[in-house]
Design a protein around this ligand. Structure first.
Ligand SMILES: *Cc1c(COP(=O)(O)O)cnc(C)c1O
Length: 437
């Protein structure tokens, strides 16, 4: 499969190049030349298949031309070593819990898949030398990427995070791992971390000396595997005999997750429609309402992983629908919830159903409460475990919540991080020294 850029100045790029580069050289996002429709027999039998079997079929449609079947199967099975259960919340509303992975984040699937695919290419070429993944994080991405790449041969990861600005739990998730993961504690804010990473990618001397790559959500190897969730969610609904008129609601920030779902629909997945749930950062909803896309600076909210003022995957959504506002509106609707509405949704769902939502999932649940029509069955994607936002959730619900064993394990480790200034010269010096190790 070849990939083209949403800016249309680059085409014919191989999967390997698209994964290593992340962003196309014309600054667009990579899209596959073709989206393969899966056969009716697959959809007829999907309810009898396991998560791994379904995901492997979907992965073959995306990557089957570029990765041999046995290698791809291993990557998929290795990535999906946990379940993604569909939980009934109330009549017609189900939660697809995406948070049972190693860091309890839905980004685990993309990060693990990407690390293993990159590892596959490195091994196949046997070129030697290390690939260095640089990632700036305000919390969740760093933990998913660090854990996803942990122990993968030939790859080193450098996580840059703002000192004192990530939660204790999140910090533990990427500073206690050791092995091929190095955490850099930057004396600055998240924007400083991002600037350091971007400067490194543009620095000629660094690039001449070492192979640098990124692992953010625009990478095809990170966002496409999220399609697995949608097929498996649908399969579980079908098992319950509820697959007709299904609506999938996705708490969205950079729109990578929902875009993977839209790819699924193009592959024939019989989902009726999608809802993109937003917090106060409602740039997409404004686009649906007006037909004009106007990015603006993000504002901080309770659902902070969705605080995005210029969703990077919007370009992919536009491209999928050939720029047609009308076509987009016919399959996707939007909604917006303030912090106050998010907190109210969390309390209402807890009171009515005994189910604890995290602030992101709360937007998804509320959007179904508000937008589901008679005869429809709704799935919202619960994108994070509530314990990841412990203080907020406990104070909103006025109850204690249990910290899952997996999170507790991280908190037992010893923090190891390298202090770093926000000056690029210092970061560059540090990286150049790593070259020898
Ligand atoms: C990353 C994230 C989102 C947003 O996902 P996108 O793919 O960027 O739209 C939503 N919820 C949680 C908990 C996240 O970590």
């Amino acid at each position: 499969m070849k990939y083209y850029s949403t800016n249309k100045k680059v085409s014919g790029v191989t999967l390997e190049e698209a994964v290593v580069k992340g962003l196309a050289s014309d600054k667009g996002l990579f899209m596959p030349d073709e989206i393969i429709t899966l056969p009716q027999s697959f959809y007829d039998n999907i309810d009898k298949m396991t998560f791994q079997e379904i995901a492997f079929t979907v992965a073959c449609a995306f990557f089957g031309e570029d990765v041999e079947a046995s290698g791809l199967k291993k990557i998929v099975y290795d990535t999906l070593s946990f379940d993604v259960p569909l939980v009934k919340i109330e009549d017609n509303i189900y939660s697809l819990e995406l948070f049972h992975g190693p860091t309890l984040a839905f980004k685990d699937v993309g990060a693990r898949f990407m690390s293993r695919l990159l590892g596959y290419f490195i091994k196949k070429e046997n070129k030697g030398g290390l690939v260095n993944v640089l990632v700036a994080t305000s919390g969740d991405t760093g933990s998913a990427v660090a854990n996803g790449f942990l122990g993968v041969d030939g790859i080193r990861v450098f996580v840059l995070y703002p000192k004192g600005k990530v939660s204790k739990i999140q910090e533990c998730q990427f500073t206690t791992l050791g092995k091929n993961i190095t955490a850099l504690e930057v004396d600055g804010n998240f924007d400083d971390c991002q600037r350091l990473v971007k400067s490194a990618f543009m620095d000629a001397e660094l690039n001449a000396n070492m192979k640098l790559t990124s692992a953010n959500s625009i990478n095809v190897a990170r966002f496409l595997p999220q399609a697995f969730y949608y097929f498996y969610g649908y399969a579980q609904l079908k098992r319950l005999g509820l697959a007709e008129n299904s609506v999938i609601c996705v708490p969205s920030g950079n729109f990578g997750n929902i875009t993977a779902g839209l790819f699924g629909k193009k592959m024939g997945l019989p989902v009726k429609r999608f809802i993109a749930a937003n917090n106060s950062n409602d740039i997409f909803l404004q686009y649906l309402n007006t037909g004009v896309y106007t990015p603006r600076p993000s504002i901080p909210t309770l659902a902070n992983a969705m605080d995005v003022g210029d969703p990077s995957n919007f370009a992919r959504v536009l491209d999928l629908y050939k720029g047609s506002h009308k076509a987009i509106c016919s399959e996707i609707s939007g909604c917006r919830y303030s912090d106050e509405q998010i907190a109210t949704a969390m309390r209402n769902c807890y009171k009515a159903n005994g189910y604890i939502l995290d602030p992101h999932g709360a937007c998804g649940w509320q959007a179904l409460k508000d937008g589901l029509k008679p005869g429809e069955t709704g799935i919202f994607l619960e994108t994070a475990h509530p314990a990841k936002f412990l203080d907020k959730v406990e104070s909103i619900l006025d109850t204690k919540i249990e910290i899952p064993q997996k999170l507790q394990e991280f908190m037992k480790g010893t923090k190891q991080s390298v202090p770093m200034t926000k000056e690029f010269a210092d970061f560059k010096q540090f990286l150049l020294k790593q070259r020898m190790l």
